[in-house]
Design a binder for this molecule. Structure first.
Ligand code: DQA
Length: 152
């Protein structure tokens, strides 16, 4: 019997398409294409696959999350950008599909402006990785795959 490889959805939220040119002192010089390529490589090395999407609109992100249903996606990496701090609707979508996710951020949101220090999503996540630049995604992916193999 062949076992289907773990398939992870990676969801990047608003303005993350501008990575590389957007506030490099905060977010670094790595582009979103670089991050996605790195994630594909890390996933492959762990026997998993990733599918990556970047969406600027909150409703489009919710539709994408709904599309993870049906057993195709085992877990998700979510950087919801500024919607992290505001969107109860995104949290409802993530909880609604009941797919384990890790919240990631390039910057350390807890060391930034007060309005960025609260996440609407964190309490529903398996865990949160922030502050390591593009490596936050790699650490998040490795942690998620470990969690999926042996949940706490
Ligand atoms: C971010 C942090 C958010 O506060 C911000 O709105 C972003 C990027 C990060 O990855 O550090 O767009 O999610």
């Amino acid at each position: 019997m062949t076992v289907a490889p773990t398939r992870i959805a990676v969801l990047h939220g608003p303005n993350l398409n501008l990575l590389g040119e957007r506030e490099p002192a905060v977010y670094g010089h790595t582009t979103l294409a670089d991050i996605d390529a790195m994630l594909h490589g890390v996933a492959e090395s762990l026997g998993a696959t990733v599918e990556c999407a970047q969406l600027n609109a909150e409703g489009a992100m919710i539709d994408a999350i709904h599309g993870w249903r049906g057993g195709r996606i085992s877990g998700a990496i979510v950087n919801a950008g500024a919607y992290t701090h505001t969107s109860l609707a995104l949290r409802d979508a993530l909880v609604g599909v009941a797919i384990p996710f890790v919240e990631v951020h390039l910057s350390n949101i807890y060391a930034r402006e007060p309005e960025r220090r609260h996440s609407m999503l964190a309490a529903s996540a398996v865990g949160v990785v922030c502050g390591f630049g593009a490596a936050s995604y790699e650490y998040g992916l490795r942690a998620l795959i470990t969690h999926l193999v042996s949940p706490r």
